[in-house]
Write a protein that binds this ligand. Structure first.
Ligand SMILES: [Zn+2]
Length: 137
């Protein structure tokens, strides 16, 4: 059973997922105050400005928190358990929720260094996920 695809997208989310499908993690950055944010929204979360640009970021981060899911929330995820849901503090600032994937995902620890990877979902979407860096293993 295939994993679910994102629901109907806002214009900002459409940009985010188009970049992800091309292998880029992009964040919005405010032209007025330089704040970067995630998730995609139409205005700056710090000052409310609607003037922003998209910025490709490194995809590097550290694990701020995580949980290991043993009971699938829906049938599509039954073949995935156990799996890791984590809060990732990106090097560029924003905190992002994603899965930690890879052979050693279940060994994850807080403060592990991680990097983004793009998990294909169907033909048009890719979901930014994270893998542990070698130095964290
Ligand atoms: Zn701002």
């Amino acid at each position: 059973m295939d994993l679910p695809q994102p629901p109907a997208l806002t214009a900002e989310a459409q940009h985010f997922f188009t970049a992800a499908a091309a292998g880029r993690l992009e964040l919005q950055a405010c032209d007025a105050c330089a704040t970067r944010w995630f998730y995609p929204r139409p205005a700056c979360i710090a000052c409310g400005s609607e003037d922003y640009h998209w910025q490709a970021v490194s995809g590097q981060g550290v694990v701020a928190s995580f949980s290991i899911v043993h009971r699938a929330p829906s049938a599509e995820f039954r073949h995935k358990v156990p799996y890791v849901v984590a809060m990732i503090d990106l090097s560029e600032g924003p905190r992002m929720m994603a899965n930690i994937i890879g052979d050693d995902a279940l060994d994850v620890a807080i403060d592990d260094a991680v990097h983004v990877v793009f998990e294909k979902r169907g033909e048009r979407f890719a979901m930014p996920q994270f893998e542990r860096d070698r130095r964290s293993r």
